[in-house]
Ligand binder design. Structure first.
Ligand code: HEM
Length: 488
């Protein structure tokens, strides 16, 4: 376990700070037979990789640009900038003959092996040993070696930067050292939907602060040990057993999610909360907010239980300052126990147990970006998805079983989480209505307390509106590791 000061030049920029992005490509690749050639290509790529220092500088430049424009009463112009990061799967480490015993079984076996336990839909085959194959897109069925992230302010900048990346590996030439399996392309949504995911909710509001990185956290923002995100740092419990090159790297989870937006909207329209003098539209909006844990604006329902509060949503000193401790919140009065944000970060729910359960190991840093077009009028009218859209979900952690996989399997997919009360009738919160899943049992989910006036009333969720189409567990190494262990 290392307690020396972090060197921001050593850590890839997407992990702790995030690459600024309007447009992003995730190039998933296989390394060809010429491994030595690939390693030389990686040496050429190194100067293009955006470090945490550079990502911080880019963010500071964006903030200064915005401030200057505001002072002059102008709309800020987009600064031209791009960013590059790289990550490898276990199969990638093996191809490069890097000591791959990094002590994370989920990483070693790959995400496809974990898909059944994650609750993904799929098919069983074989007898007597039954084998599960998730119904993922073909591109994710075979093990891939790595992923290059290219982020930027526009399609043009990303295309240009991608070209420079490809030159490193002779892509397009007869001696290319990588082959593209698939590129996932994402972009922020247009106009006033910027920052919102496709169901319409503001995303990326609550992230943990990391010790020594985010030194002035906002009220309600937990500070976590560096080792929850970075390997071999204080708080990484597997530290001692990991190879030295793993230091300051982080596991990157990629999940490619399709979102069934018109179907989700239809469900909200058909099940408005009938409370006091709410109109049907307001009742549907309240239901949506209670399923997510936040209003579309981003205001948390724990602080704004009946009405949206856009000022609260935009105020970082208030929009995370809640703990699900309001009166009757044990029964989900302000925020249902199963709401997506509450399942993903139960805040004081775990501290209030007779024997408190630590929350810190289960925190993750979320990145990612929406993909696909806006809803067409035809989809709105028919209530049926006809074009692919969704979220390219990415998150970072030092331990996959404690981070993403724990949240998905032990919290989102578990109807009894968060546990409340020891004696019957114990509330049954239900599934995370956004990401909770049961293999192949689309209509098996329900949630309790969607209606604030009926805390034990059950609402059946007729389908899963978020459908995993593939993914992988990758590792995003430090710059020193890339230089000394991965590259030529
Ligand atoms: C299409 C899939 C998903 C959608 C549409 C979605 C949407 C959202 C939204 C709108 C928020 C609230 C804004 C915020 O606090 O940033 C949120 C928070 C969060 N989500 Fe998701 N999410 C998705 C997938 C996931 C997955 C797969 C996980 C992890 C297994 C996850 C974990 C979290 C966590 C930890 C939070 C923060 C909760 C808090 O700290 O209050 N999400 N998500």
């Amino acid at each position: 376990m290392s307690s020396d000061t972090l060197n921001f030049d050593d850590i890839q920029g997407d992990i702790l700070v995030g690459l600024p992005k309007r447009v992003q490509q995730y190039i998933i690749f296989q390394i060809g037979n010429n491994v030595a050639g690939f390693k030389q290509g990686l040496t050429q790529l190194l100067p293009l990789i955006t470090t945490t220092t550079q990502a911080m500088r880019n963010r500071a430049a964006i903030a200064a640009n915005k401030k200057a424009a505001q002072e002059q009463g102008k709309t800020p112009e987009l600064l031209r900038m791009s960013g590059v990061n790289i990550a490898f799967s276990h199969a990638g480490l093996a191809a490069l003959k890097v000591n791959d015993n990094i002590r994370d079984d989920l990483f070693t076996n790959g995400q496809q092996d974990d898909a059944q336990a994650l609750g993904d839909p799929g098919a069983f085959s074989g007898f007597p040993i039954r084998h599960f194959t998730p119904s993922w897109d073909a591109a994710f069925r075979n093990k891939t070696h790595g992923m290059i992230i290219v982020a930027g302010d526009s399609n043009e900048t990303v295309a240009e930067t991608r070209q420079r990346v490809e030159q490193c590996f002779n892509v397009g030439g007869f001696n290319a050292t990588i082959s593209e399996v698939i590129t996932l392309g994402g972009h922020v949504r247009p106009g006033d939907q910027r920052g919102h995911e496709h169901f319409g909710f503001m995303d990326g509001i609550s992230q943990p602060a990391v010790k020594g990185v985010d030194t002035s956290p906002n009220p309600g923002q937990d500070t976590i040990s560096q080792g929850v995100i970075l390997c071999k740092r204080d708080g990484d419990n597997t530290s001692l057993f990991r190879p030295s090159w793993a230091k300051d790297g982080s596991f990157l989870v990629l999940r490619y999610y399709r979102q069934l937006v018109p179907e989700f909207n239809t469900f909200l329209e058909k099940n408005p909360i009938r409370e006091g003098n709410l109109t049907q539209k307001q009742g549907s909006e309240l239901l949506g907010a209670r399923l997510m844990g936040r209003w579309k604006s981003g205001a948390p329902v724990d602080l704004a239980p009946f009405q949206d509060d856009p000022d609260l949503a935009e105020d970082p000193t208030r929009n995370n300052n809640f703990n699900y401790t309001a009166q009757n919140d044990n029964r989900g009065a302000n925020c249902p126990l199963a709401a997506h944000s509450r399942k993903g970060n139960p805040r004081h729910d775990l501290r209030d147990m007779p024997i408190p359960i630590p929350l810190e190991p289960h925190r993750i840093i979320r990145r990612g970006i929406p993909f696909g077009p806006e809803l067409s009028s035809e989809e709105t009218v028919s209530g049926m998805t006809s074009q692919e859209r969704g979220l390219i979900f990415v998150c970072y952690q030092s331990n996959l079983s404690d981070g993403f996989a724990f949240i998905q399997k032990t919290w989102a997919n578990q109807p009894l989480f968060p546990p409340k009360g020891l004696f019957p009738p114990v509330p049954r919160p239900g599934y995370d209505p956004i990401i909770g899943q049961v293999n192949n049992a689309e209509s098996a989910r329900s949630i309790e307390g969607a209606d604030p006036l009926a805390p034990t009333g059950s609402l059946s969720l007729p389908m899963e509106w978020v459908v995993p189409r593939g993914g992988e567990y990758y590792f995003s190494p430090s710059l020193p590791a890339l230089r000394s262990t991965f590259a030529a």
